[in-house]
Design a protein around this ligand. Structure first.
Ligand code: FES
Length: 110
């Protein structure tokens, strides 16, 4: 969970259809966060796959779900729910706001 709002990127830094890793040094969160720019906006979830630890920012997004590149477990980007084997445990999600041309992680349920 993010304790206070933190600016993590500029919108222009993350092309639509791509993602980046937000490091703990930037976010203040103890583990890396994957920030995806999808057709319906920005989504932030744990970067570390709950199956065997692959970086999810390297993965594709299909129908609102991140499809882990290593074993193709899937997770809903909106809820973090594991939706396809071998993924079983959910990801933490982080609320995101776009303010002008900046992307912020904000406190909230995650
Ligand atoms: S490491 Fe992601 S599905 Fe196995």
């Amino acid at each position: 969970m993010i304790e206070q709002s933190v600016r993590v990127a500029r919108v222009a830094d993350i092309a639509p259809g791509t993602a980046t890793v937000i490091t703990p040094e930037v976010s203040g969160h103890p583990t890396p966060i994957a920030l995806f720019h999808t057709a319906d906006g920005f989504h932030a979830v744990d970067d570390t796959c709950t199956h065997l630890g692959a970086s999810l920012a390297r993965s594709k997004v299909v129908d609102g779900e991140v499809d882990c590149w290593l074993h193709h477990g899937r997770f809903c980007l909106r809820t973090g729910e594991a939706t396809y084997y071998p993924a079983r445990n959910p990801l933490q999600v982080f609320p995101v706001e776009v303010r002008d041309d900046e992307v912020w992680l904000v406190p909230g349920r995650g």
